[in-house]
Write a protein that binds this ligand. Structure first.
Ligand code: HEM
Length: 418
């Protein structure tokens, strides 16, 4: 599908032009920031109601118990509705695994969330800070600072891969395999994904499940200090996880945490490289790193959108939505709402205003916030302290050609130009 220039500028035309473009990751803000001139939400011809106002996005996220996947057509997205026969084929291809937490509905979601929260705790994530700092230093030590280097391959990808791998207790071999599988799975969200694509992805999920089954069997024989072992022990109100539930949770923890953090880091490095005054402030006071993470999450949101289905009739902005309406929440655009943030298109460390909606809110609020913050803190501090003259290299940076996962495929920099 190729984008066409709309004859008339409407929310629908703007969204179609960006979401159906071949290279959707390029600069969605150039067109979609204009949505704020048209209220906060609109019906579209793309199969969903689009919501982009900051207050409205947050209120939908916080509506109690919204559906993440429609009960009648699990695995469908607003872009592609599946028949019940197709849904059965997808389930069979993965070996009938339960849905991922992030795509599951209450009461299953409520039960899973209680159990995973016993094993994947903020304390466990915070305790990783020293190890993550040491790993970041090792990765930076391995770079010739006077030569161009792709900071994605050298730092922003391997660091979160290491952090989540350590938390789950993965070997390097397993963690490389988890990267490949999680990237396959992320393609399920692609608006252009056909049923055949989804079937291939679900076969891949089945293979990934076999690998995880082996890891669980190892932990059953010998328990370790990692989240896989902790999930085996997790108990809430006398309830425990089944093995298929554990498998789905382990997949999700890696898939939800790895490229989102990688993208947040590369978006941040890019923002600092292109805003020298702000980088200068960080160099002068590396303790601002925490505020850099907050502003990067707002300014260049890694998870650009997410969708829900309404339960019951709901009002969003001026629209009355019938039960079961697919609602696409544009988190990235909400974070640029001029009614919420002054001059939202500017990258400004330490700005005031409500927190961005980058980690979601409500029932599905991100479980990895602490880990993402630690990783951001460590990287932005290390770069400011060690490489205050870092510059972009001559070779251009390349965006991930996608919009849901907004980040960089390659970001060439010179850490210490001569
Ligand atoms: C900068 C990095 C990250 C960003 C921007 C991010 C963003 C998000 C967002 C927007 C959601 C809500 C999705 C929705 O409502 O549909 C979410 C959920 C989730 N995130 Fe994160 N995330 C990040 C890092 C992590 C990490 C490091 C982990 C774990 C290792 C993680 C695990 C999860 C899980 C398990 C959920 C699902 C929660 C549920 O459905 O109850 N995330 N994340």
């Amino acid at each position: 599908m190729t984008a066409t220039t709309p004859d008339v500028e409407t929310p629908d035309a703007l969204l179609r032009q960006v979401l159906l473009a071949d290279h959707r990751g390029h600069d969605p803000y150039a067109l979609l920031d204009k949505l704020h001139d048209y209220g906060s939400a609109a019906r579209t011809s793309l199969g969903f109601v689009a919501v982009w106002g900051h207050a409205e996005v947050e209120s939908v996220l916080r509506l109690p118990g919204q559906w993440k996947s429609h009960p009648d057509y699990e695995f469908s997205t607003p872009y592609l509705r599946l028949t019940s026969d197709q849904v059965e084929q997808l389930k069979a291809a993965s070996g009938h695994l339960p849905p991922w937490l992030v795509f599951s509905n209450p009461p299953y979601h409520t039960r899973m969330r209680a159990l995973v929260s016993k094993a994947f705790t903020p304390r466990r994530m915070d305790a990783m800070r020293e190890q993550i700092t040491a790993k970041a230093d090792t990765l930076l030590d391995a770079i010739d600072p006077t030569r161009p280097v792709d900071i994605v391959a050298a730092l922003t990808q391997p660091l979160p891969q290491y952090a989540i791998g350590e938390i789950l207790g993965l070997s390097t071999y397993d963690s490389d395999s988890f990267v490949r599988h999680s990237r396959e799975q992320s393609l399920l969200k692609d608006p252009k994904s056909t049923f055949a694509d989804k079937l291939a992805r679900m076969h891949d999920r089945g293979q990934w499940a076999d690998e995880i089954r082996t890891l669980i069997a190892e932990r059953r024989r010998e328990t370790r200090d990692d989240v896989i072992s902790a999930l085996l022990d997790a108990e809430a109100d006398g309830d425990r996880l089944t093995e298929p539930e554990m498998i789905s949770l382990i997949m999700l923890l890696f898939a939800a945490g790895f490229d989102t953090s990688n993208n947040m880091l590369s978006n941040g490095v890019h923002a600092l490289l292109t805003h020298r005054d702000e980088f200068g402030r960080l160099v002068a006071d590396p303790a601002l790193a925490r505020a850099v993470t907050d502003e990067v999450l707002r300014y260049d949101t890694p998870g650009f959108d997410t969708f829900y289905y309404t339960i019951g009739e709901q009002q969003v902005g001026d629209l009355i939505l019938a039960e079961g309406t697919p609602v696409m929440l544009f988190l990235g655009i909400a974070n640029h709402d001029p009614h919420t943030y002054a001059e939202p298109g500017l990258f400004r460390i330490g700005r005031t205003g409500p927190p961005p909606v980058s980690f979601g809110a409500g029932a599905h609020l991100c479980l990895g916030i602490n880990l993402a913050r630690v990783v951001g803190d460590v990287v932005y501090q290390a770069l400011a302290r060690r490489f205050p003259t870092m510059t972009p290299a001559d070779e251009p940076a390349v965006r991930v050609p996608d919009i849901e996962f907004r980040g960089f495929q390659t970001l060439p920099v010179v850490l210490r130009p001569e």
